[in-house]
Design a protein around this ligand. Structure first.
Ligand code: BDR
Ligand code: CA
Length: 302
C-alpha cells in the first residue's frame, strides 16, 4: 500500500487520475491510499483548480483534504490557461452545480506537504501531475523533505516532442525553474513524460462503452467529451496523469531508463527535458504499453 499526496491542477485528465485513485483505494485493490490533494495553477488559475479539486472530492466521495497551493510560477508570470483543452471551467465544461463544497484546508499546499512527509518519514510518495511549483517551494522551505519521502512520481517532460511547444511539455513549461530544482534535488524521482503518455489513449469508442458500465464509467465518458475534441486526430483522449499513477501500480507496463535529467530554463527550448551530464539519477518511463495501460484504466474504473 503506497501512501500518496496528489499534487494536481484539475484538469480533465487529473480528474481521471482521481477516479483511478478512488478505485485503487477500494477493498478489491487496496494499493494506493490518498492522504491529501494539493493544488497548483496550470490547467486553470489556482482558484479554479482548487474549486475543481473540492468539487471532485465531493463528487467522487473522497475523504482526503484539499490544500490550495501556488498561484504563480517561481520566477515568471503565469501563462494563459489552456481553455481549448480543459474547457472554460477546467473540467471539460461539465456542469459543476450541486451540493455546496467544503472549504479547502488551512495552510499552503507546500507547508502541508512538509508536515505530512515529516510526520511519516519514508512512507509517502508525492505524485505531481501539474506544474512543480509546490514541490520546489517545499524543498526551498525544508530541504530535509528530500530525504524523507518514499518517492516522487511526476507526469511531465518530453524527450522527443513537446505538446505546448515543439520541445516542451505543459507541466514543465509552466514552471521550468521549479522543475529544474525538483529534478536536481536528492530524492528518488520517477518521471513519466509525453514519450510514454502519448500512447495511452482512451478512445471515443471505449469511452462510449464505459458510459454503459455504471457511475464511474459515465463520469469518465462525460468529463472527456470536450477534452477528446482537443485530441481529435487520436479519436480519443490521452491519459497523461493516469499514467503517472499506473507507473506505481503496474511498472511492468513501462520501459525505464535511469539517468540524470536537465531542464532548459531559457531560449526557444524553454521547458525541454534532456539527458543530463550530472545530478541525481531519475527513473524515466520512456515508453509505455499504451493499449494495456488504457485497458487497465477502463477495467479498474468500470
Ligand atoms: C499535462 O498537462 C496538463 O494539461 C495535463 O493535465 C497533464 O498533467 C500534459 O502535458
Ligand atoms: Ca495535470
Amino acid at each position: 500500500m503506497s501512501l500518496l499526496i496528489l499534487d494536481t491542477d484539475p484538469g480533465v485528465d487529473d480528474a481521471l487520475a482521481l477516479l483511478y485513485l478512488r478505485a485503487r483505494n477500494q477493498q478489491k485493490w487496496p494499493d494506493l491510499k490518498l492522504l491529501a490533494i494539493t493544488t497548483v495553477f496550470g490547467n486553470a488559475d489556482v482558484e479554479t483548480t482548487t474549486r475543481n479539486a473540492l468539487w471532485l472530492r465531493a463528487r467522487l466521495g473522497l475523504s482526503a483534504p484539499v490544500y490550495r497551493g501556488a498561484a504563480e510560477p517561481l520566477t515568471r508570470p503565469r501563462g494563459l490557461s489552456p481553455k481549448h483543452v480543459h474547457g472554460e471551467n477546467g473540467l471539460g465544461d461539465l456542469d459543476l452545480s450541486g451540493a455546496p463544497l467544503s472549504p479547502a484546508g488551512s495552510g499552503a499546499a507546500h507547508e502541508r506537504i512538509i508536515d505530512l512527509v515529516r510526520a511519516r518519514p519514508r512512507e509517502i510518495t508525492i505524485v505531481a501531475i501539474g506544474p512543480l511549483t509546490n514541490l520546489a517551494l517545499a524543498l526551498r522551505a525544508a530541504p530535509d523533505v528530500a530525504g524523507l519521502v518514499a518517492g516522487v512520481t511526476i507526469m511531465g517532460g518530453a524527450f522527443a516532442a513537446g505538446n505546448v511547444t515543439p520541445f516542451a511539455e505543459a507541466n514543465i513549461h509552466n514552471d521550468p525553474e521549479a522543475a529544474a530544482e525538483v529534478l536536481a534535488a536528492p530524492w528518488p524521482v520517477t518521471l513519466v513524460p509525453l514519450d510514454a503518455t502519448m500512447s495511452c489513449v482512451l478512445t471515443n469508442a471505449k469511452a462510449g462503452e464505459l458510459a454503459q458500465q455504471g457511475e464511474a464509467g459515465r463520469f469518465a465518458h462525460d468529463i472527456t467529451r470536450g477534452y477528446a475534441k482537443a485530441y481529435e486526430r487520436l479519436d480519443g483522449c490521452v491519459l497523461h496523469d493516469v499514467a503517472a499513477l499506473v507507473s506505481l501500480t503496474r511498472p511492468e507496463l513501462f520501459e525505464t531508463r535511469v539517468a540524470p535529467v536537465s531542464v532548459a530554463t531559457s531560449g526557444e527550448r524553454l521547458g525541454q527535458t534532456a539527458w543530463g551530464e550530472d545530478g541525481p539519477a531519475v527513473s524515466v518511463r520512456l515508453r509505455a504499453d499504451g493499449a494495456a495501460l488504457a485497458r487497465h484504466f477502463r477495467e479498474t474504473v468500470a
